[in-house]
Design a protein around this ligand. Structure first.
Ligand SMILES: [Fe+2]
Ligand SMILES: [Fe+2]
Length: 187
């Protein structure tokens, strides 16, 4: 005896149940996961090009050092994402991330509209933190999705990056404490 929809002779009830079934739902989440991976893959690659420009425009030694360190991490994060694609048997493909493109454009605008020194440094930190927050949101989601679809190895790798993004954000906050005071004194 059929458990569900046995009263339905044309099988429509069963078809409906299959559509909302677990296998289909996890496929949808999996493709969303892959899409998000492609998005952040593009974003990280774009950052490996944007960060050197920010380093070049920054004055504070502490800020330059923090950005240089994060550039190295970002290059590693790109490689890490390639590893994740490999683990989940997907081709490493970058899909333009409009949000990151916009954040990078804003960073460039801030650097163009300020004079070299502490005020520009404060602007670079502001732009940098927006980038970090975007990355934290993305990696947080990716870790949650990886767990849901049973990709625990991919999830642990993504979690390493999440930890680095959070630390980078905290470091920028710490540096801004001094920079903002100096920037205010410049007025
Ligand atoms: Fe990153
Ligand atoms: Fe980052």
């Amino acid at each position: 005896m059929e458990k569900n929809g046995s009263h339905n002779s044309d099988g429509k009830v069963n078809q409906h149940l299959a559509k909302g079934g677990k296998a289909d739902a996890s496929n949808g989440l999996r493709s969303l996961f892959v899409d998000e991976l492609k998005d952040i893959y593009w974003a990280e690659k774009a950052l490996t090009k944007a960060l050197p420009k920010m380093i070049e425009k920054a004055t504070s030694e502490e800020l330059v050092e923090a950005l240089e360190m994060h550039l190295e991490q970002t290059e590693e994060q790109v490689v890490r994402l390639e590893k994740v694609f490999e683990i989940i048997s997907e081709k490493a493909e970058a899909k333009k991330c409009e949000a990151m493109a916009g954040l990078i454009k804003e960073a460039e605008e801030i650097m163009e509209s300020t004079e070299e020194g502490v005020v520009r440094d404060a602007g670079i930190i502001a732009a940098g933190q927006k980038v970090e927050h975007y990355e934290i949101a993305t990696y947080g989601t990716l870790c949650a999705f990886a767990k849901m679809i049973g990709e625990s190895e991919a999830g642990s790798i993504l979690h390493l990056t999440l930890t680095e993004e959070k630390a980078a954000d905290e470091k920028l906050s710490e540096i801004s404490d001094t920079i903002n005071v100096e920037a205010l004194a410049e007025n």
